[in-house]
Write a protein that binds this ligand. Structure first.
Ligand code: CP
Length: 306
């Protein structure tokens, strides 16, 4: 049973709550692998996805997760909604509440928007990514993928490389993984490393080899091309050459270390194509974990009595 009404970030959730979501997610994934896509857990419930930013994986997998469990699902893209007529987030939330929605899944460019919505509505709110703050369901699906491949998350060494500064995925993974007892190392150009990330529990390294040394999992993060105008690094080619993960760098990791990436990936920038498509890559597996973990979140939130 989750203690919170909403899932806004892994900073808020206890290790026990994270563990419970992962356990239910593992069961859901087993069902998905057997191609079982008709479950009763959300029958009679309504789920709305409210996206103010683009998405393929997150929006689609929340929709499928809800539908596989029998919910009614409505998808709202802010670009084609009354937001364009000036409706505020709070008024949009009140409208969705009045329609008796049970869960609102929101992605928003402003950090804190899901928390504001959660304070306003009776529905359970799930953060599907807010600005540079958190992306909890992404980190949970990453952890689910790790848990499937290792006996325990406790004691794992996870190296995260890429645009950490702008990454909500990096922060949610850092909070979740350290709560479950993993070590997290990070490496990026100084301009793509947020100040104080070490105080949040990350070991900041001075080379990609140091970050990857002895790692069980190497996670690349997307270089956000839309932010490249800020001049944080000279060019994509130089980023790939000096900061990207390639086969040479992976030699420092444990033998058979997993390669992960939340997607969308810039091939040949964060990771080489050979690594993305290689045997140790779990990038496609992460996508299926995404549906499973979102099924777990929706189920655990709607079965609780608050
Ligand atoms: N990883 C992730 O959040 O992907 P989308 O932007 O496609 O949802």
């Amino acid at each position: 049973m989750l203690k919170h009404k909403d899932v806004l970030g892994l900073y808020d959730l206890s290790a026990e709550e994270i563990d419970e979501i992962l356990s239910v997610g593992m069961s859901m994934k087993k069902l998905l692998k057997q191609n079982i896509k008709k479950l009763p857990h959300l029958q009679g419930k309504s789920v709305t996805t409210l996206f103010y930013e683009n998405s393929t994986r997150t929006r689609c997998s929340f929709e499928l997760a809800a539908k596989y469990m029998g919910a009614h699902v409505v998808n709202i893209a802010a670009s084609s909604s009354s937001v364009q007529k000036g409706e505020t987030l709070v008024d949009t939330g009140k409208t969705l509440d009045a329609m008796k929605n049970d869960v609102i899944v929101i992605r928003h460019p402003m950090g804190g928007a899901p928390r504001l919505l959660a304070r306003t509505v009776k529905a359970h709110v799930v953060n599907a990514g807010d600005g540079m703050n958190e992306h909890p369901s992404q980190a949970l699906l990453d952890m689910l993928t790790m848990r499937e491949n290792f006996p325990s998350i406790r004691g794992l060494k996870v190296a995260i490389l890429g645009d950490i500064s702008h990454s909500r995925v990096a922060k949610s993974n850092l909070f979740g993984l350290t709560k479950l007892g993993a070590e997290v190392t990070m490496y990026a150009p100084r301009t793509l490393l947020p100040t104080g990330i070490d105080k949040m529990g990350a070991k900041v390294c001075s080379s990609r080899e140091e970050a990857v040394e002895g790692a069980d999992v190497v996670m690349g993060l997307r270089i956000q091309l839309e932010r490249q105008h800020a001049g944080n690094f000279p060019s994509l080619g130089e980023y790939a050459k000096f900061y990207g993960v390639n086969e040479q760098v992976m030699k420092y990791a444990k033998e058979g270390a997993l390669v992960m990436h939340p997607g969308p990936v810039n091939r040949g920038v964060e990771l080489t194509s050979a690594l993305i498509d290689g045997e140790t890559s779990r990038i496609e597996e992460q996508v299926l974990s995404g549906i499973a973990v979102r099924m777990a979140i929706l189920f655990l939130l709607t079965k609780q009595e608050i």
